[in-house]
Ligand binder design. Structure first.
Ligand SMILES: Nc1ncnc2c1ncn2[C@@H]1O[C@H](COP(=O)(O)OP(=O)(O)OP(=O)(O)O)[C@@H](O)[C@H]1O
Length: 712
């Protein structure tokens, strides 16, 4: 009836039920603004849904190679080399699939797959979506996956099999079984498609509808989110022990105080590295000590777990709900089914446990789980709230009395694929919406503990209007220590190279914490095809920086490489294949919420017409990119091209004013030993040895990758 009233301007006559009953169910929906709100948001979700359906059809309309080359969201030509049944999660089948790297096959790592990505598995003989699952590991030649079903359904006939009266089969469950299958089954190849559509738009629709339902609907949120009523704060906070907050800075103290006076909601704007996780953990401690219950949620599993990890040593009874494979190993023991002190034999047991715990944690999507029905909490805390679009954020809120949203809308907004839905506001988070309407509900954290002062200066001047401050002197003066700098001389192709060409030596100076490496003179031109742009020379320069840092003793796990262009990420992953286990190469979007000691950003665009494209126009993406480095930030690009864009012009003039632009010399890619030079110089005996070792390791792909890492 709510739908009838909101969408169809319904009445008791056209709904077909008695007037009295109709009034009972819908009299709370007379406001015109409700109808406008409902139609707007459901309409936007419908638009997004259409786009996602269209993308999903690519599994039938594009071959694996076409899809892999166009967006890196598919891997094809995969052969099963190992399989086993396990019971780690609801994905019970584990497969190791292999594809050799050769001239026609790129390394598997160059596509857009990483651990925990959801996937659909098909064979390449026209059997689609044999199973759903997730990625466990990707190396250049191997991908390990877990699936909910077997992807080989052939069975082996058991001894004594007789088609007429003794049809006895055995399922194919192990590598040994696989070898006994007929050759045409054994040699089947498979494809893996990213299952990007597992995002539950149905849940988003329900969350919007739930605002308007009678009886169990979320009336409180209707007032706050639809009517946008101002939130109330009590004069006196819940009691807490100030001596436990000795290490907190004034902003963090103000945030705790605001939350403890919240009667409806409060918002914590936490700029990068400002201690959001630390503050949330402390708020949970105080709320639980006051006998309050808390539903803790976030956009990603890792953010939920980062907070729980801080509570491991506290005597707080909490449950973590979600898919085991995605939960941090140290937190798994808090999943209801793993909790040693309780027997759990039925869904009722499960619900009983969830109902008793003072703290329950899950992702915003995970809260859709049935176990939450009929449980209410005093508070809901949503971390990463600026990354969740409003309809999804409403999901966890409906179980709670008060809510706290923690986020930073100066970083990337929720991902929306449909351009119209995006421009009409589906990418606006509830955090942004409420913070703009009621700024008095916001408390900002401005002391950051991640970036050294030079790195911080960039986003501070360009985005945060100087509101960011370094938490202490150690943070401000942080610099990248390169333990064996002298080794860099051995990487020079010509020891007598003049000083003004020694660009890596310039980067290696500890005091140079932020450098823009302008490659206009190198030159390093972009390569453009229909929907892809990359820059091979820039990728090679990035490769040489990473190689030299690692060879000179830097921890490769503390180096991150980033581009805004997926084709460039792919190219750089190929170039950096020898560091694949440790150096993370990702898009700026994938780096959100992460940090590294040293970040290298490849801006790619460099062309005769000085066109910059759309990706670099999103200032929130630039902000995410430049706030990931703790000690050293290296940015590669063409100053001439990038200056054409207003946002980047301001960025470049700030860099110039600080003397942080370094003009790379002509042919900079052949000053130090790079990929090609390394290959030419490798002696033949080393090559022969490598060949022999690779032959030995042919059937052991993971070992092969590790070996490759060691010899490179
Ligand atoms: N008041 C403080 N004094 C000293 N160090 C602090 C303080 N608050 C937080 N930190 C430290 O700052 C670092 C970042 O904190 P935290 O992870 O809580 O920040 P965050 O805002 O959640 O980070 P991100 O931007 O990655 O989400 C941690 O090492 C934490 O211990």
């Amino acid at each position: 009836m709510a739908l009838n009233k909101l969408i169809e301007n319904g009445t008791s006559e056209n709904s077909g039920i008695l007037e009295q009953k109709y009034e009972l169910l819908t009299s709370h929906l007379n406001e015109e603004e409700y109808k406008i709100f409902f139609k707007k948001w459901v309409g936007l979700i419908d638009k997004e849904s259409l786009t996602l359906d269209m993308l999903q059809r690519q599994i039938w309309t594009l071959t694996a190679t076409e899809k892999e080359q166009s967006g890196g969201t598919c891997l094809g030509g995969l052969e099963i080399i190992e399989m086993e049944e396990s019971s780690v999660s609801n994905y019970n089948y584990r497969y190791v699939l292999n594809r050799d790297c050769n001239s026609s096959n790129a390394p598997l790592t160059s596509a857009q797959f990483s651990k925990y990505d959801r996937i659909l598995v098909s064979d390449e003989e026209g059997h689609y979506a044999l199973a759903v699952g997730c990625i466990d590991l990707v190396t250049p030649t191997t991908v390990i996956i877990r699936t909910d079903r077997r992807i080989i359904n052939s069975s082996l006939k058991l001894p004594g099999f007789n088609a007429k009266n003794n049809q006895t089969f055995q399922s194919v469950l192990s590598k040994r079984d696989l070898e006994m299958l007929p050759v045409e089954v054994k040699n089947k190849t498979f494809r893996i498609d990213k299952n990007e559509f597992y995002n539950g738009l149905a849940l988003a629709r329900f969350n919007i509808l739930n605002l308007f339902l009678p009886e169990y609907g979320d009336e409180k949120r209707r007032k706050m989110v639809v009517e946008l009523m101002p939130p109330n704060f009590s004069n006196k906070p819940l009691p807490y022990n100030v001596s436990e907050l000795e290490s907190f800075n004034p902003d963090q103290l103000a945030a705790v105080d605001k939350v403890l006076r919240t009667e409806d909601y409060s918002l914590i704007l936490g700029m990068p590295g400002t201690g959001k996780t630390t503050v949330i953990a402390q708020i949970i401690r105080i709320l639980v000590a006051n006998g309050k219950s808390v539903l803790l949620t976030s956009h990603t599993h890792s953010a939920v777990d980062n907070i729980l990890l801080k509570l491991l040593d506290d005597n707080i009874d909490f449950y973590r709900v979600g898919s085991e494979a995605k939960i941090h190993p140290l937190v798994r023991k808090f999943m209801p089914q793993k909790h040693g002190s309780h027997d759990m034999n039925s869904i009722e047991d499960f619900q009983r446990m969830i109902h008793q715990a003072p703290v329950v944690a899950a992702t915003c999507m995970g809260v859709g789980d049935l176990v939450f029905n009929y449980r209410t909490f005093d508070y809901c805390i949503v971390d990463e709230a600026s990354q969740v679009s409003m309809p999804f954020c409403l999901g966890p809120l409906r179980f709670c009395d008060k809510f706290i949203l923690v986020g930073d809308h100066f970083q990337l907004p929720p991902l929306v694929k449909n351009p119209e839905a995006r421009s009409q506001g589906l990418d606006r988070s509830l955090f942004k919406l409420l913070s703009e309407k009621h700024p008095q509900s916001v408390v900002s954290l401005s002391y950051q503990y991640r970036m050294c002062a030079d790195v911080m200066l960039l986003s501070n001047k360009l985005i945060y209007e100087n509101r960011l401050k370094c938490g202490n002197d150690n943070v401000a003066q942080r610099s990248l220590r390169i333990p064996m700098k002298e080794r860099l001389d051995h990487l020079l192709l010509d020891p007598s190279t003049p000083k003004n060409r020694l660009w890596l030596h310039h980067i290696f100076l500890e005091e140079n914490r932020v450098i823009f490496l302008d490659h206009d003179d190198v030159p390093a031109k972009e390569r453009m095809s229909t929907d892809r742009v990359d820059n091979p020379i820039e990728a090679e320069l990035v490769g040489q920086i990473v190689d030299s840092l690692v060879k000179c003793g830097c921890d490769s796990k503390e180096i991150g490489v980033m581009s805004f262009y997926r084709a460039q990420v792919k190219l750089m992953k190929t170039r950096l294949v020898s560091h694949v286990q440790n150096v993370e190469v990702m898009t700026a979007d994938q780096f959100q919420g992460r940090d590294k000691e040293c970040i290298i950003i490849s801006l790619v665009r460099s062309n005769a017409t000085n066109s910059v494209g759309n990706l670099l126009k999103e200032w929130r993406r630039i902000n995410v990119a430049i706030t990931r480095a703790k000690s050293k930030l290296l940015i590669l690009g063409s100053r001439k091209t990038l200056e054409q864009l207003d946002t980047l012009k301001a960025f470049l003039s700030l860099l110039k004013s600080r003397g942080w632009i370094y003009r790379l010399p002509l042919g900079a890619d052949s000053v130090y030993r790079g990929l090609n030079q390394d290959n030419c110089k490798a002696g033949s005996s080393k090559k022969d040895n490598s060949k022999m070792s690779l032959r030995m390791m042919k059937s052991r792909p993971i070992l092969k990758d590790i070996f490759n890492d060691l010899v490179n």
